[in-house]
Every structure is written in C-alpha cells, then in structure tokens.
Design a protein around this ligand. Structure first.
Ligand code: S3P
Length: 185
C-alpha cells in the first residue's frame, strides 16, 4: 500500500474497490459501528443532478459523469465532520480521485477477486450499472478488463482488506492501527 502522509482532511474513512465489492454494505456497517454519518457517493451524485446514475450516463455520457463525480467527491471530503464514504468503483481512477481521497481521508481498498464479484453481481443488478450493462464479451471479461485497468489506482489506498476480511470485525484492527477514528478534540 502507499506509504502516504497522514490525511489532512477531517478524519474521514473512504472505501474504494470494484462494483460488487461491498463498499456500501461495509461502509454502512462501519458508520453504524462508529456512530458516524454514512455517505454513498453515487447517491450524492444523483441528488446533486436530480437524475439516476444510469440516466446521467445515457443522457450526458461518461465524461460528464466523471466531472460530476469528482466535484461531488471534493465537496463530500471537505465536510468538516468525520464520515464514512462509499465511493463508486471508478472514483479513484479519474480526475486524480485517489490523490484527493488519500489527501482527505483514510482509504480502504476492498480487494475482492473477479469470481466473487461475478457471484455478487447477478444480471439484473449489473444491468443497473451502466459500465457493466454494456459488456459485449460478457460480464466476466468486462470485470477482468476493468480491474486490470484500475488496480494501479486501488493499490494506492492506504489500507487493504482481502475479500473474506472485508467485514467490520476484519477491518477494525487495520483501522485502529491507522488511527481511525481520530480522537475527538
Ligand atoms: C462505476 C461504478 C458505480 C457508479 C457508476 C460507475 C464504475 O458504482 O459509480 O455506475 O465506473 O465502476 P458502484 O461501484 O457502487 O457500482
């Protein structure tokens, strides 16, 4: 993992990783555990635009989506009170997302292998995710291709959990060692 300087933000925790890795589920559970607010970046983007992610992709295209994603990310990470953030799968990989995330939060990569992602992304769910919905060579090939392109960004996370350990109990020691949550002042 990146040997980065301590984050300069408000002590947020950001979960990153592929679609289907379980960022939202683990994020919600960690937020409840620490009694912190939970923020889902996709939901924030939808609220900001008044449109679903699928509609933003369909009507305005991916480039526009990535701009909105980056702007929303900066807005969320500069909120003054600590929070737990579940990002979208592509968030760290565009517009210096991983740099922004590492600057303003402790980043945790949910490192889940493709066979497990596949099992967790049944067809109707994948169809809701624009980048996975259009996969001419099939979902499995799309996931491998996407992970290959993105792993260089995910690997820059400060912390990593491997699939089976991406649970509250599994990540608590990692978080404690990284000083999360920061003691209230
Ligand atoms: C995306 C993942 C989605 C969402 C958008 C783009 C991606 O979030 O942000 O459809 O590029 O991988 P999830 O990771 O929650 O599916």
């Amino acid at each position: 993992m990146a040997d980065s300087a301590p984050p300069s933000g408000a002590g947020h925790l950001s979960l990153i990783g592929m679609p289907g890795a379980g960022k939202t589920t683990l994020g919600r559970a960690l937020a409840a555990h620490f009694n912190l607010p939970f923020v889902d970046l996709d939901a924030e983007i939808e609220a900001r635009n008044g449109q679903s992610i699928a509609r933003i992709f369909a009507q305005r295209g991916e480039l526009d989506f990535r701009q909105s994603e980056a702007a929303t990310l900066r807005e969320v990470l500069t909120r003054p009170a600590p929070l737990v953030l579940a990002t979208g799968g592509g968030t760290p990989c565009f517009h210096d997302g991983i740099k922004t995330l590492n600057q303003h939060s402790i980043t945790l990569w949910l490192d889940v292998p493709v066979p497990l992602l596949l099992a967790r992304l049944p067809t109707p769910e994948a169809a809701q995710r624009p980048l996975l919905a259009q996969a001419p060579a099939g979902l499995e090939a799309r996931l491998y291709e996407t992970l290959n392109a993105r792993i260089q960004f995910y690997q820059q996370a400060r912390l990593r959990c491997a699939a089976g350990a991406c649970t509250v109990a599994g990540v608590l020691p990692l978080l404690a060692a990284a000083g999360f949550p920061a003691p209230a002042v």
